[in-house]
Design a protein around this ligand. Sequence first.
Ligand code: UDP
Length: 322
Amino acid sequence: MALKLIVTGGAGYVGSVCTARLLEAGHEVVVVDDLSTGHADAVPDGARFVEGDAAEATASLLGEGFDGVLHFAAKSLVGESMTDPAKYWHGNVITSIRLLDAMRDHGTPRLVFSSTAATYGEPESSPIKETSPTRPTNTYGASKLAIDHAITSYARAHGLAAVSLRYFNVAGAYGSYGERHTTETHLIPLVLQVASGNREDVKIFGDDYPTDDGTAVRDYIHVVDLADAHLLALQHAVAGEHRVYNLGNGTGFSVQQVIETCREVTGHPIPAAVAPRRAGDPAVLVASSDRAREELGWKPERADLTGIVADAWRFAQERRNA
Ligand code: UDP
């Protein structure tokens, strides 16, 4: 069934890929983005684009009648969330509550929300399940968890069909849509900047973790697999319920392994230097996505790290030559 949808943050990395996949599946999409971190030319052709605040602009559109909202727009820099928490409590929490209010007022039936592995904090056990304790270690994760709690109560009280997807480490690209952060903090794009000649070396944040090679382990998931989970979430959302799903491949790779994979893919030596641990970084974050597999019928199709890095590398080279 073709749905009429609003995608907040559709000019950003995950939002643009998801918009492209929604359009391909035959849905009608309006992208709302304030372009604070997104790019107007990242909005896929075929989507209508409204520049504006995720809550305000969405509220003024909802009267047109929509089947759902996919809410990607957010502040997402962990370090910044610690030095400027107000930006996260206002930009993420207050904005999302205002969005929920507008959806309640207009009777908009479905919401898919971009939550995060950062809601769990330092895990007690691995892989991380949705039933694991949520004790975020940074304001970014706390802000996303607060929104998850708000969604649960709005779903129960107002009949909203809501799904939160907790992303682990998203990477890769899809066609002309990929990671284009002005302030880049993520490992794979930073390593690829070294291969592109835009950065001298990559810093390994800590080599004294209790892992096989001493560097931190993360679960890298292809952005297309992630985006496709949103389409399934829309189909499987149930009125009055808020369901939460972890999205990862269930396999961990260390920082060293990621750098080595980038060397193989790019053919560049990629010098790496060990630096102190980054505050608040857990040693290992790996998802159990059993619930998404069982309830959504989701299955990652692009789980291979070499393929993920190869797609990110192709995108980085195309942008450089554009
Ligand atoms: N990392 C690193 N050097 C960098 C950037 C990241 O060693 O320049 C490490 C980081 O400490 C973490 C992993 O790479 O263990 C993934 O970090 P990223 O910021 O990509 O994602 P996060 O896991 O923080 O969401």
